[in-house]
Design a protein around this ligand. Structure first.
Ligand SMILES: [Zn+2]
Length: 136
């Protein structure tokens, strides 16, 4: 044991850039340089106004639980010891949403609008995943 056997993000393209910022413990999302809309997952052009100009911008890391589903049966063997666990959509204070996990909280205690903050989990020496925990 000790091996992180779960699937890992690929370090390619804009997704690779996103996770390289996570490695530095910075949560950054693309933000349109024209209409200022945030977006995720990363893509070439703004889904709101169609502009191609954008920049990576850091967010506060504070947000709230937007939605979730509870996984009762692991679909990948590496998740077997985690069940039941919640896959959570967190809406950051800036309005952009991210699929993640909320740590330190049993799934049955999740609530819509629950305030959460980002925590960076170094799952391997190369990969850091952004997860969340309830605000204290
Ligand atoms: Zn835009």
């Amino acid at each position: 044991m000790g091996e992180y056997g779960k699937p890992l993000p690929r370090g390619e393209g804009y997704h690779g850039d996103f996770y390289r910022f996570c490695k530095q413990h910075e949560l950054r999302f693309q933000r349109c340089a024209d209409c200022q809309a945030w977006r995720h997952p990363p893509r070439e052009c703004c889904p709101h106004c169609g502009a191609f100009a954008w920049r990576w911008e850091q967010v506060s890391g504070k947000g709230q639980v937007y939605s979730w589903t509870v996984v009762q049966r692991a679909l990948h063997p590496a998740f077997a010891e985690d069940v039941p666990y919640a896959v959570v959509i967190v809406e950051l204070a800036e309005g952009v949403r991210l699929v993640s996990r909320v740590l330190d909280l049993p799934p049955q205690e999740l609530r819509l609008g629950l305030p959460v903050e980002v925590v960076f989990v170094d799952v391997t020496p190369e990969v850091t995943l952004p997860m969340f925990r309830p605000c204290r």
